[in-house]
Structure formats: C-alpha cells, structure tokens
Design a protein around this ligand. Structure first.
Ligand code: IFM
Length: 445
C-alpha cells in the first residue's frame, strides 16, 4: 500500500482561520473581520480575532508538523498583513512574520507551500468594489509580484488562489461568506476577475525569474444526477458547469463553458489567454460528491447563480459534522475525471479532511471516525495513482482545529485539537495515524 517515491505529504491551514493577532504588526481589516463582526453572520458570534493565536505560537505549530513527519506545509499569506492598503509598498512587519515562519519550517526540513489568497481580501479593496470589480485582479497581481520578490528565495511552490468558487459564489451570490452579497451577476463577474487575477499574478511572478512552480487550488465535486430523468441529467450538467467547469475550462482550456448561458460583457479581449497561463500543478480540494435534481425556480441566496431551479439530493450516507456525506470514491472519481478531461497537469490533493465532534478526555482525543475517513480517502488516491493519475502529493485539512468560516469554532477539522480557552494543542489519534502514513509513505496494514 505504498505511494510513489517522493510523494509530498503535508498539512494545510489558512491565515484568517489560525493566525489571530488581527490588530498587530500593521495588519489592516479584511472582509472576514467585517463579516465575522457583523451580528448573525457567524455561528456563535465567533470571529478570528484570536483564532489559534498561530501568529505568536507558530514555532510550537511547526514542531507539531515535524512530529507528524510531513515534508510540506501549505499555508496562506494574509494580504491585509502584507499590503494593508491593498496596493503599494509591503508592510515590513508582515513580511517579517512570514519570513520567521518560513525559516522555522526550513529548519525542520519542511517545505513551505504558499497560497497567496485564501479569502481575506483587504476591506479597502472590497470598499472599492471587491472581486466584481476588474481592478481587483490587477491589485492581486501587484500584491503577488511584490510578495514573490521578497520570499521566492525561500519559497518555490506558489498557489495563487484557494477555491475561487467559494470567494465568488459563496461570497457574492450565496451570501454565506464574506462579503455576504446575494447578487447572481456579481458572483459571475467575481469568478472571472479571480481567474484573471490568477493569470496576471502568474505572469507577473514568472517574469521575475527563479525556479518556482505556480498553480491554483480548486474545490471540485463530482456532480451526478439524482435520476436518469432528462431534466435531472440536465440539472447535473448545469450544476457541474457552475461548480467545476466554470473554473477548470478557462484555466486549462482557455474557454468558458458555453452551455450555461452566462453573461460575458465583463470579459475583455485577451483575458482568456491570460487565464490560460501554463500551470505547473493543479490543486484539488475534495470533500464531497454533489447529487442534484431539477426543482422549481426559487429566489434568495443560491450556490447556483442564474440557474435557480436546482436542488441538492442526499443519498443517506454517513456524514461528517459539516453535514457532508462521506464518499471516498468521489475523490477517485474527481481525480480521474480531471486527469481524463484536462490531461497534462500534475495534480495535488491540496485539502481533504473531516470535521467530527471531537471530545478531549483525560488529555486525549480519540477520533476513530477521522482515522477511518483519512484511511479511505488515502486508499482512493492510491487507486487513482494506480490507474494512471499523475497525483504528486496530499495535504490533510487541517493541521489544527480552527475558525471554520461561517461555522465559527463549532467544527473541528484538526489533526491537532485546540482548546479555545487555553489555546493548548493536543495531537489527536488521527495525528498519530497520519504520522505512521507519512513515515511509511503508505497506509499501515
Ligand atoms: O476550512 C475550509 C478551508 O478554508 C477551505 N476548504 C474547505 C475547508 C473546510 O470547509
């Protein structure tokens, strides 16, 4: 049950979910500060003001990674910490923080893998129109280039965006994420400007030289029809278009899907060539399969903008605490599909993991459900590799329990438990299981 030699085992986190220290070191407000401090937006009224206090405790967290035996750590940079005005010179205190983290990682032989944007847009840029505004793409490319100049002597793996579907659709048409808008048209524009920002950023970073690799991470979900009825099959095609092809096609084919009837007046000549920049890797975040049926049209917040006649269907499978059905075969299916439909780009699972209702008893956290979840998903990845998928690595989400966006601290995804009163870290049983996997480069028998 071993993986190919050199397979990259890692864990992942994101800045707003773990750092805290929101008012320290010259950081400005992000859209998540605003959103989480708006009553009613986040469960329990939680916010990321302190989170895991990783900003002050990063050295201890790096030691936990070393104990896990991971060779890679995927983390995101907080744009408002590095460029508080959303433009112009970088904030030296922000650069210093990430430089210290990176040096601590390198000292333990852990390779840093940076994500430039994991949802914490400087509020000042949202005030100027946010992602539905074309200029935000330009701002992102300038930020990326400035950061690349300062850190690319120590960081060689660069992800532009994490899950642009969430930034655009959850943020601008479902209203569930910051900035909390419910405007279908704005979400489609936001998706395009995120894609454009990605392409411009890659061009700008590549132009500065070095031996880095560049890519993007998408959250992808195999999308099936609930029945063979033509209207359900059609609903599944459209849901797949909005969740997967809206991002995969421009990035990897240089076209937008033409079966969704989406507006295009915000797309300028040359944009698609920019978006279709060569990718050194594609990151795939997998959590669940989507099954849908045709429904009646409805108003209100939606994850299917301009296609308001689709409903999700449950299959009665066991679920995680997120309410997501557990379906390891879905990981195999999405990897195989990407490899088949978009060949030639190396793949990484940049996130996979599960929230369960963990309880700490006598200083220990026994989480057999998470161990089983990971075992089944690792096995699915291994089957995909066996069937020819060029999968190069796997990052478990997440290193630590953390701020799970609109769910606040109520959902625990960590391999390491965090007591939010004391901020004490306690490795769960799943951390010990994962350490066996990373050290054996395979599943224990
Ligand atoms: O916590 C998130 C992460 O920020 C992005 N991908 C999905 C995770 C679980 O919801």
């Amino acid at each position: 049950m071993s993986f190919p030699e050199g397979f990259a085992w890692g864990t992942a986190t994101a800045s707003y979910q773990i750092e805290g220290a929101v008012d320290e070191g010259g950081r400005s407000k992000s859209i998540w500060d605003t959103f989480s401090h708006t009553p009613g937006k986040v469960d329990g009224g939680d916010n990321g003001d302190v989170a895991d206090d990783h900003y002050h405790r990063y050295a201890e967290d790096v030691q936990h990674m070393a104990d896990l035996g991971v060779g890679w750590y995927r983390f995101s940079l907080a744009w408002p910490r590095l460029q508080p005005d959303g433009r112009g010179a970088l904030n030296e205190a922000g650069v210093d923080f990430y430089a210290r983290l990176i040096e601590a990682l390198l000292a333990k032989d852990i390779t840093p893998w940076v994500t430039l944007y994991h949802w914490d847009l400087p509020q000042v840029l949202e005030d100027a129109g946010g992602w539905p505004e074309r200029d935000t793409a330009q701002r992102f490319a300038e930020y990326a280039a400035a950061v690349y100049e300062r850190l690319s002597d120590r960081v060689t793996a660069w992800t532009t965006l994490n899950e642009p579907w969430c930034s655009s659709i959850l943020g601008y048409s479902a209203g569930a994420h910051a900035p909390g808008l419910t405007d279908d048209g704005a979400s489609i524009k936001a998706a395009h400007h995120l894609m454009l920002g990605h392409g411009l950023a890659i061009d700008a970073m590549r132009a500065r030289g070095g031996d880095s690799v560049f890519g993007i991470t998408l959250n992808l979900s195999p999308t099936d029809a609930a029945s063979g009825a033509p209207e359900d099959v059609d609903a599944a095609r459209r849901a797949d278009g909005l969740a997967n092809r809206l991002f995969l096609d421009p990035l990897l084919k240089g076209t937008y899907p033409d079966d969704l009837g989406l507006p295009s007046d915000h797309i300028a000549d040359g944009d698609l060539e920019t978006i279709n920049a060569d990718l050194d890797f594609l990151g795939v975040n997998y959590y669940f399969r989507t099954v849908v049926r045709k429904a009646a049209e409805k108003d209100g917040p939606t994850i299917w903008p301009l296609h308001r006649d689709i409903d999700p269907v449950e299959r009665g499978l066991p679920k995680t605490e997120m309410g997501w059905e557990i379906d390891a075969q879905g990981l195999y299916d999405i990897l195989a599909r990407v490899a088949r439909d978009y060949p030639g780009v190396p793949l990484y699972v940049t996130e996979n993991g599960a929230a369960f209702a963990d309880v700490k008893t006598n200083g220990a956290v026994h989480d057999p459900d998470r161990v089983e979840y990971l075992r089944a998903h690792f096995a699915a990845a291994q089957r995909a590799i066996g069937d020819g998928v060029d999968l190069r690595g796997y990052f478990v989400w997440s290193l630590l329990d953390n701020f799970e966006w609109a769910y606040g601290f109520s959902k625990r995804f960590g391999l390491i438990h965090v007591d939010y009163e004391t901020l004490k870290r306690t490795p769960k049983d799943s951390a010990r299981f994962y350490a066996q996997v990373t050290r054996a480069n395979g599943l224990p028998g």
